[in-house]
Structure formats: structure tokens, C-alpha cells
Design a protein around this ligand. Structure first.
Ligand SMILES: [Zn+2]
Length: 420
């Protein structure tokens, strides 16, 4: 492929992706606004008009923010690539670091600089999301000092974990010959599997407090459910989700010895015991039906495909020049190639996102059905409705928008499937 053809293909894909996402967002906004003043029939009597309007306004505010984030992301992406930002940064670091500290240090520094600048650029809109929108709708519990300490911890973790990982992948790229992409994928896969154990046990406790579930009757209820389902977990924990947000959730994480069930305190405060049990049953359903293993398998397979394509792309000079970067003739281009891939993959990936969303929605229906068999389906339905209300999720999404993006089916469909 010529460099110009690749530039045009990239620009076209970016424009098509922006156009598609803008069209979907405007559909969703029109649909939600049109249904703002009437609670849909199945929910009349259970959902107040005030809560329904709040959900509509919150949905509209989040989509508007999403618009700005999308536009800003496209501008920075063009700035990095076709307008030469990455090339400029690369020249500076090549001269400043490569001669003194060598290939690996230069590669890690380039990665760190790009990610650092990207992170900083996105701070203002993230802050507006948390302290503007979330606060306006009464969801935000985050303070400025907590935000700052989260940011510092996140940065230190990124340096401590991301730095060595990037160095390892760059070393593999330079040292392991033409099949480097296979080894790099393997290193990435092992890293992800280790993370599945370390995140719940080591990393999450850096950000939240986890305490054993103290409510004895709820614990007995949950243990009985797990025994019926033949599921063993190392512990039941309550997490202080209320430190940051009023949104409620429950999840369970980890593998083997690290497996644990976690309830947000916001969820326990809001739901009745039988509703908590039903929500947990839904999560257990995901596990028992093999959704989690299949999701991880699909992620690893997709990554293998991406690394294979990338193994080929990294050796083509048009891949660099077409994206506004001059590859070095005598210097290594591994870090540049990885960064360009990181920029380009989401643009092309946005077209296959609906496939994953569709699969996820099917799993949600299956987990709901499993929960209805092993716990109380009506309690699950009422819990879903409460969670929808507490998260101000709209009950009237645009059907096309929901098909494209929603990882969970719209509440109307889930409640109908539960027979509520
Ligand atoms: Zn689910």
C-alpha cells in the first residue's frame, strides 16, 4: 500500500466512525427527549415522573459530554498523527535519550511521554464529568483531595506496572525474531491473567476499603444460594463505593484462591435482602454459564489476531509515513509502532463494537434466567428497577442506539423476559 492510500484510508475510517457515532448519539438524544414527559406504560405506578425526567436529563447530559470527548479525542488523534505531533516528540526523545541511555530507555520514555500527555489533555473533561455532571445530579461523592490522591496512586501504579510491561514487550520485539508478535502476545496474555488475581487482592484495596460482610442473616442467605449453586468463594466483602459515587453495584472477581464476592455499600443500603440475593444470583449465573471464561477467551483470541496483523504492519514503512511519522532507518521503531497501533486500533475497532455488545446482551438474558431459576425472579426485577432509578438510566433508549452500544438489554426487555 502507498503511504498516501493509507493516510486516506485512516482519515476515511476516522470520519466514518465519527459520523456514525454522532448519528447514533443524536438519535438517542431525540428519542430520550421525546419520551421525557411520560413514564412508559409498564412502569406507571412504580417509577415516578420526577425520577423518569431526572433519568432523561442525566442521559442527555452524559451524551453531550460524550460528544465533546469524541470531538476532542479526534482532534488530539489527528494532532498526534497526520499533523506530526508524535513525529516531533519522537525526534526530540531520539536525540535526547537514545545516545545516552539506549534503545529500551528511549522506547519506554516515548511511551510514557505519549500516555502522560494524553492523560493530562483529558483531565479537564473528566473533571467536568465528575464535579460537573455527576455532582449536578447528586451522584458525586468524590472530593478534590480524593480525586488528587486517586490520580497520584494511578500514576505511580502505571509507572510501577506499565513501565516494566512496556519494557518487556519492547525487548521481545527487538530480541525474538520474526515471530516476535506471538511472544509479545503471550507476555501480554500472562500479564492479563496475573492481573485477574492481583487486581482484587492487591490493587483494588489501594483505592477502597473492603470489609467482611457483617449482616449475619444476609450472609446466611448468600451462603445458602452459593451452596445451592455449587459455588465456592473465599469471602464476602462490602466495599465503600459511597466514597466516590452514589451509583450501586455488586460483582465478584478473581480466580481460585483470589475469588471473592464484593457488594457496594450503596447497593446494600438500597436493596432488600431478597433483592441482593437475586442480584448476586445473576452474577453467579454469568460464572456458572461460562460467560466469564468465554469472555476472557474471546479477548485473548481478538488480541492474538491484532498482534498478528500488527506483526505485519510494523514492518511496512507506509504504516508509519501514512500516519505522519518518519520511521528511523538506523534506529528501532518498535515503540513508535506500538503507539501508532494504540491510536489506530480503536478507530477501526469501533465498527465491530456492536458484535461484542450483542453477545454481552445475550449473556445478560441468560444470567437473568439463571437467577430466576435459583433465586427470586420478581426480586431481581424489582432490584433492576431500583438500580435503574438510582443510576438514572433511561427507560426509553433509542432502539438503534441500544443495539449498537448497550452491553445490557434495556430494562423494558429484561423485565419482560423475567415475566414482571
Ligand atoms: Zn450481568
Amino acid at each position: 500500500m502507498s503511504s498516501l492510500a493509507w493516510s486516506l484510508a485512516f482519515a476515511f475510517a476516522l470520519a466514518a466512525s465519527l459520523g456514525l457515532r454522532t448519528w447514533l448519539a443524536s438519535r438517542q438524544m431525540r428519542h430520550v427527549a421525546r419520551h421525557r414527559d411520560a413514564v412508559p406504560t409498564p412502569f406507571q405506578g412504580t417509577v415516578s415522573i420526577a425520577a423518569h425526567r431526572k433519568a432523561a436529563d442525566y442521559t442527555l447530559a452524559r451524551i453531550r459530554l460524550g460528544h465533546w470527548q469524541m470531538a476532542f479525542g479526534a482532534v488530539t488523534l489527528l494532532g498526534w498523527t497526520l499533523f506530526g505531533g508524535l513525529d516531533l516528540l519522537n525526534r526530540v526523545l531520539l536525540e535526547a535519550i537514545l545516545p545516552h541511555w539506549g534503545n529500551l530507555a528511549y522506547g519506554v520514555a516515548l511511551f510514557g511521554a505519549v500516555l502522560g500527555i494524553e492523560g493530562l489533555l483529558h483531565v479537564p473533561l473528566d473533571l467536568y464529568g465528575t464535579f460537573g455532571i455527576e455532582a449536578r445530579f447528586g451522584f458525586n461523592r468524590m472530593t478534590w483531595s480524593l480525586w488528587l490522591s486517586d490520580a497520584i496512586k494511578g500514576l505511580l501504579l502505571a509507572i510501577a506496572i506499565g513501565g516494566p510491561l512496556v519494557a518487556l514487550v519492547l525487548w521481545i520485539m527487538s530480541a525474538s525474531g520474526p515471530l516476535w508478535w506471538l511472544w509479545a502476545w503471550l507476555a501480554w496474555a500472562v500479564f492479563n491473567l496475573i492481573a485477574l488475581v492481583l487486581v482484587p487482592t492487591v490493587i483494588a484495596p489501594l483505592f477502597n476499603r473492603f470489609e467482611p460482610l457483617k449482616d449475619a442473616s444476609l450472609e446466611a442467605r448468600v451462603r445458602a444460594l452459593m451452596a445451592r449453586a455449587g459455588f465456592a468463594a473465599k469471602g464476602l466483602f462490602v466495599m465503600d463505593g459511597s466514597r466516590r459515587s452514589a451509583h450501586g453495584n455488586a460483582y465478584f472477581t478473581g480466580f481460585g484462591a483470589a475469588r471473592r464476592v464484593v457488594f457496594f455499600d450503596t447497593l446494600l443500603a438500597r436493596l432488600k435482602p431478597e433483592e441482593v440475593e437475586a442480584v448476586l444470583a445473576h452474577e453467579l449465573g454469568h460464572f456458572k454459564l461460562g460467560h466469564i471464561v468465554r469472555r476472557i477467551g474471546a479477548m485473548l483470541a481478538a488480541a492474538l489476531l491484532m498482534f498478528a496483523i500488527f506483526g505485519w504492519l510494523a514492518g511496512q514503512s507506509w504504516f508509519y509515513t501514512g500516519l505522519g511519522v518518519r520511521p528511523g532507518l538506523a534506529t528501532p521503531n518498535d515503540a513508535l509502532a506500538l503507539i501508532l497501533l494504540m491510536f489506530v486500533a480503536p478507530v477501526f475497532g469501533s465498527f465491530i463494537a456492536p458484535l461484542f455488545a450483542g453477545l454481552s446482551r445475550r449473556h445478560e438474558f441468560e444470567a437473568d434466567a439463571w437467577a430466576a431459576r435459583h433465586a427470586d425472579g420478581q426480586a431481581l426485577a424489582s432490584a433492576l428497577l431500583k438500580l435503574h432509578e438510582d443510576n438514572a438510566s433511561t427507560l426509553t433508549p433509542d432502539p438503534v442506539y441500544a443495539r449498537f452500544y448497550y452491553s445490557h438489554p434495556p430494562a423494558v426487555e429484561r423485565l419482560a423476559a423475567l415475566g414482571a
